[in-house]
Each structure stands twice: as C-alpha cells, then as structure tokens.
Write a protein that binds this ligand. Structure first.
Ligand code: DGL
Length: 242
C-alpha cells in the first residue's frame, strides 16, 4: 500500500514515525510544505490552496491513502477536502477525539496553533467535557528553526503551560509538539496525548509490501536537514516545488 502523509513542515514526521512502527511493510511518501510554513496563522482559503497542490502531487504519485498529519488543516479544511479527490483521506484529529470521548477525565487541555484553537474543534466534539485551550503560535517557528533546546523555547513553553493543572490530560494538538514532549514533562507533570500515536494504534492498514520511504519538502535548507536527521537518521530529502 502506498501512503501519502503531509504537514506544513517536519511535524508530520512524528506521525509518519508512528505509522512506520505499526505498519512497516508499506510504501510511504511524505510532503512537508516548508515554503508555506507555518500553516497555523493562514486563512482557510490559503490552506485549501496549499493542500490542493499537495493532494494533486500525491495523486500523481498514485497513493492509495492520504493522511493529513497536521492539526491545523484537519480542524479547518478536512471536511472541504475529504470527498473531493477520489482518494481516501484520513485526518489526524478524529482518532484522538474518539479516544478522549472514551476516557473518564472531565477536563481536557489542548495546546495548538492559532487556527486550530480558533476553529473550536475540540470544544465542538467534546461537548460533555471542559476544554482548556491554549494558542501556542511561537512553537512551530522555533522548532523549525532548530531551537528546541533554546532558552526562548523554555520560557515560551513555561508561559503556555501555566493554565494546565498537574496530572491533566494535555492534547498535543499540533504534530510538531511531540518533539517537545520531554521538555514539557520537565516543566509540568501532564498526561500527554500524541495524536500520531493514537492514529497509528487505531487505524487499520494492510501491512504486506516492501518498506519504502521518500521525503519531499517544498524548501530544503541546512537547518531542515539537521532537524530531520534527528527524527529519521539516514533518509534523503528531496526538494519539490508544487
Ligand atoms: N504540524 C502542524 C499542525 O499540526 C503545524 C502547523 C503550522 O505550520 O503552524 O498544526
């Protein structure tokens, strides 16, 4: 099975990694739209334009399935794209919503991009829970700049995490954030939800082919190469402008 996975940048690689560990016998093709990054402050119209090009690229590559490994796109445009392209498209948020609905916790924390939080997606689907949301617009740019270990990241995270109570469930509503999991847990004891992990555990894919992986980005530079190396050790990156 050939699976296309996309995000604004390297965040979706956290999802890809989980998919590969559950379903190693597939062919994966990844697209990170680094030229248009971040998606978190873009309008719905802009997101539709970017994603249209990515899906057409995946269709040319003859994928069997597309996974929207981006919380921002999943919350804002998934229902506009899901039946449009005659190829199955899966969003990253639904499995997490289903998981949260099945757990007893009444109070759920969500940290995400500006557009994800603005969409009120979690409030809409978790009506019987109290959702505490925080917009975290500074995190994706810092991660993409390779500044996970910077002082600015530390101060920014501390500020964003203030509103969450100890031991609370916190949804990492953006696929970049699992890269910050260790840092977050050092600041506050929370139960983190990694949406890529939840998705990979809950979808049912066939798993009988040869493993292949190809990583495309709309812009490749030295920082991206270094960042990706920390997630996928020896993978070649291809630059592809859509
Ligand atoms: N990984 C994307 C998400 O899940 C980041 C969006 C952005 O580029 O701001 O929302």
């Amino acid at each position: 099975m050939k699976i296309g996975v996309f995000d604004s940048g390297l965040g979706g690689l956290t999802v890809l990694k989980e998919l590969i560990s559950e379903y190693p016998n597939n062919e994966y093709i990844y697209f990170g739209d680094t030229i248009n990054l971040p998606y978190g402050n873009k309008s719905k119209k802009q997101l539709l334009t970017f994603v249209d090009k990515i899906i057409k690229f995946f269709k040319d590559e003859e994928v069997d399935l597309i996974i929207v490994a981006c919380g921002t796109s999943s919350s804002n445009i998934y229902f506009d794209i899901k039946d449009k392209y005659h190829v199955p498209i899966i969003d990253i948020l639904s499995p997490t919503i289903n998981y949260l609905l099945s757990c007893n916790n009444k109070k759920i924390g969500v940290m995400g991009t500006e557009m994800l939080i603005k969409s009120k997606y979690f409030d809409k689907y978790l009506k019987n829970k109290e959702v505490v949301s925080v917009k975290a617009p500074k995190l994706v740019p810092l991660i993409e700049k390779g500044e996970i270990n910077s002082l600015e990241m530390q101060t920014t995270l501390k500020e964003y995490l203030k509103v969450f109570d100890e031991n609370m469930i916190l949804v990492l509503g953006c696929t970049h954030y699992p890269l910050l999991a260790e840092k977050i847990l050092k600041i506050k004891k929370l139960k983190l939800i990694d949406m890529g992990k939840v998705l990979s555990k809950h979808i049912n894919l066939t798993n009988k082919g040869q493993f292949k992986i190809k990583l495309y980005f709309s812009k490749v530079d030295a920082t991206l190469l270094k960042n990706v190396k920390q997630i996928f050790n020896d993978c070649k990156l291809y630059e592809k402008k859509l």
